[in-house]
Design a protein. Sequence first.
Length: 240
Amino acid sequence: MAMSRLVPLLEFNLSSCMYEDCGIKHYQAGHDIAKPLDQLKPADRNAVLTQICRKVRDAAAKPVRSFKEERFDKSPPERAYGSVLEDEASKGAIRWEDHLGHTSQGEPPAIMCQAIQLSGTNISGKPIRIEAARLVSKISDESVEVDIGTVDGWVRPEQMHSIRPDSKVTLRATFNAPKGLGAQEFINSWGQCAFLLTYNGVNEEIPISEEMTRALYENFRPEVIAPRPIQKSTEPDELE
């Protein structure tokens, strides 16, 4: 499911079009968009429409938090920054969301994870410039480059301007473009990972737990990832 500033977006292809040449190709497909709905047999089209309705229902059931839209180049509103710690301007200056967004395609159970996103807010009271960003797997030590979301689209860190106070920033890590990774393969390889950032000359690691990555797929039906293994207790059994 793609996330546009915490708003779920699903892509549907009603008829043949050049979807691959526009921005919506990066959103989660509500069905196999290579097969437009008007090209399906009535029975097949009804089955796909039922799957689409389930996806819309599941997406609507998730709580969505709203916030005022902020442009990266917009002057920040007047506010008192006296309560902001002095060192927050260089470390811990971004308050990160506690959940991920993602871009996927395909039909359950064959869902492909194309990218994950993490958003945050500059709470430092000063401009921040991200100089480097990568996502590193805590499972395989593999890493991928990270793009930064701006009003001009996705750019590399070295191409972006400073993030003004109170403005939003979004990180995006892409996997095996353009196809992506199978949902289970993604969990197996990237279920535990971390964004590594350098901004204003300071390094920060943002851990991503398996609970956060699994939450991306918990509403898909049929299920697209296996249940998390139950760890056996290492404590000795009590004597009767």
